[in-house]
Design a binder for this molecule. Structure first.
Ligand SMILES: [Zn+2]
Length: 128
């Protein structure tokens, strides 16, 4: 009887590949955030909630400025993260697509709430 300790061949390579893919994903995210934050690597802070620039990359996201993210993802067949799609566009055309900015999760959520309240015709200014 053979006792296998550790990972089998395919599992080992799968784990290795996943780690490499994770590194590539982070590298892409850094490049995309760097471009769309104009080199600041910070949230655009459209609601002036940050006392100092918010630079934690783990909580930074790519935002569709016009709020048409769902429509854009559907039309452009964005499969997965927008940052990966932006990087692919840049590699293929040499140009970064317009209409995006960097926001932190909190600013994204405020934007979403404001959008929802506007849609329901609730007084947005009273809330935010
Ligand atoms: Zn923010």
């Amino acid at each position: 009887m053979q006792i296998v300790i550790g990972l089998s061949g395919s599992s080992f390579h799968k784990q290795k590949r996943t780690k490499a893919q994770r590194k590539t994903k982070i590298r892409v995210m850094v490049r995309v955030i760097s471009y769309y934050s104009h080199g600041t690597m910070a949230c655009a802070d459209p609601y002036h909630i940050h006392l100092i620039p918010f630079v934690d990359i783990r909580c930074l996201t790519i935002d569709h400025i016009n709020g048409d993210g769902a429509e854009h993802r559907r039309k452009s067949k964005v499969n997965g993260a927008t940052s990966q799609w932006l990087w692919k566009q840049f590699r293929e055309t040499g140009k970064w697509p317009d209409g995006f900015q960097v926001l932190c999760h909190t600013c994204q959520e405020i934007k979403r709430i404001k959008y929802d309240m506007k849609k329901k015709k609730l007084p947005v200014q009273a809330y935010i």
